[in-house]
Write a protein that binds this ligand. Structure first.
Ligand code: UGA
Length: 435
């Protein structure tokens, strides 16, 4: 199959490289000339484990190429994917669809012959209808089937998620799209991944419902964690105890500082807005959004309490800045609000993150950065794990103890057992672990 991938950001690049790896002929397109230039020179603009090797081997095999001009690859394509950004619109929280609609207009002018146009970007219900309307308005001759095919990739595990998905969801209105979409995913289909065909609007809603459910699940365990602290229970054991029930499932039950990233905060908000627009509010998710917002500042209060209730002039060593490990993504990272709240309380912040410090510099002010956990812990009044990178999983506590000013350890990701940290002479604060 010949595939044109419009948008070479996170989703476009990972999907494009994986489709090429399946043997398809893929052209990844992006308006940002410097991004395309970098990709042509085998420099990957994002951090995603395994992506550089995957891109290189498929470029070398002649199956994957990059360009800024969509006309030629779109004209030649059997399937065109739209994988451009859909950020939260400033002011009202709705998804900003201007890039999606812009891409639809350009596609309309370029397509030749029957073409399947697929929205892979996360888009509100009804966007497929609008994409189709725009294409027909722009080019009444266009022979298209507009499809919804949301992605369920996790940053840091995207290639594995793409190649071994739990399911593939394809929303179609025109039966002619069924065969090409089956063909595009054939290698996965052969691996028994369920290919679920639905209507286009259903498919669009599945994406939001999945992310909202996961965000709600995390928020649920976070609230149980707070209760654990009051009643003297352990949230990790509660999570295991409930997660072993197959109806609940053990995943996404890690209590922590609240969810962040480029998807959950944006998608939950967009779902809330859509539901309000249709006068069918989803109160569970409205509440989830507000609990998660408040949680980040609550985590700062936890740190302040750990240093004795007053953070003024105290130096806090922050380990981990990105919204989760194995990414350099700082979008809506809990660290941003936690650090801001600690600074508001008068604390001095020293931070270290294996990949996130460069993007963090543009988003935080007054933070000094170090070269390792030990570098930032030097002379600190507290060491705080905010993101559970592997390098923080086997800290040398005797070494830490010898360099900190005060032995205070706050583990916002429940990486360590309380006893282990206390054995090394640190005061310990976790999340939901009163015992
Ligand atoms: C999420 C979904 O997991 C993907 O399925 C989806 O495709 C993607 O959004 C998207 O819509 O594009 P991602 O944002 O990369 O993927 O990251 P997750 O691994 O889901 O983590 C999201 C946040 O939840 C992180 O801040 C993480 O630390 C937090 N989290 C996750 C918890 O606090 N506890 C958990 O048990 C799990």
């Amino acid at each position: 199959m010949r595939i044109a991938m419009i948008g070479s950001g996170y989703v476009g690049l990972v999907s494009g490289a994986c489709f090429a790896d399946f043997g398809h002929d893929v052209v990844c397109i992006d308006k940002a000339a410097e991004k395309i230039e970098a990709l042509k020179n085998n420099r990957i603009p994002i951090f995603e484990p395994g992506l550089d090797a995957l891109v290189k081997s498929n470029v070398d095999a002649g199956r994957l190429s990059f360009t800024t001009d969509l006309a030629e690859p779109v004209a030649a394509a059997d399937v065109v994917f739209i994988a451009v950004g859909t950020p939260s619109r400033r002011g009202d929280g709705h998804a900003d669809l201007s890039y999606v609609y812009g891409a639809a207009r350009e596609i309309a002018r370029a397509i030749k012959g029957f073409t399947v146009v697929v929205t892979k970007s996360t888009v509100p219900v009804g966007t497929g209808d609008e994409v189709e309307r725009i294409i027909r308005e722009e080019n009444p001759e266009a022979d298209v089937a507009v499809v919804s095919n949301p992605e369920f990739l996790r940053e840091g595990a995207a290639i594995g998620d793409f190649k071994r998905p739990d399911r593939i969801v394809v929303g179609i209105e025109d039966e002619r799209a069924r065969e090409p979409m089956t063909e595009v995913y054939r290698p996965l289909y052969l691996n028994q991944a369920p290919l679920l065909f639905t209507s286009r609007r259903t498919s669009e809603l599945i994406k939001y419902a999945a992310n909202a459910f996961l965000a709600m699940k995390i928020t649920f365990i976070n609230e149980i964690a707070d209760l654990c602290e009051h009643v003297g229970a352990d949230v990790q054991q509660v999570a295991r105890g409930i997660g072993l029930d197959n109806r609940i499932g053990s995943k996404f039950l890690h209590a922590g500082p609240g969810y962040g990233g480029s998807c959950f905060p944006k998608d939950t908000l967009a779902l809330v807005k859509t539901a309000q627009d249709y006068a069918s509010p989803i109160r569970l998710i409205e509440t989830t959004v507000s609990i998660n917002d408040q949680r980040k500042r609550a985590m700062a209060r936890k740190v302040i309490q750990a240093v004795g209730g007053d953070a003024r002039g105290k130096t806090i060593a922050v380990l981990g800045l990105t919204f989760k490990p194995n990414t350099d993504d700082m979008r809506d990272a809990p660290s941003l609000s936690i650090i801001q709240a600690l600074q508001d309380a008068g604390a001095v912040i020293r931070a270290y993150d294996p990949e996130g410090m460069e993007p963090a510099k543009a988003m935080l002010s007054g933070v000094s950065y170090g070269t390792s956990a030990y570098d930032v812990a030097e002379g600190a009044d507290a060491v705080v794990i905010v993101t559970e990178w592997d390098v923080f999983r086997a800290l040398d506590f005797p070494r830490l103890k010898s360099i900190v000013k005060a032995p205070v350890f706050v583990d916002l990701r429940n990486v360590y057992p309380r006893e282990e940290v206390e054995r090394h002479g640190f005061a310990f604060t976790g999340v939901g672990r009163a015992t």
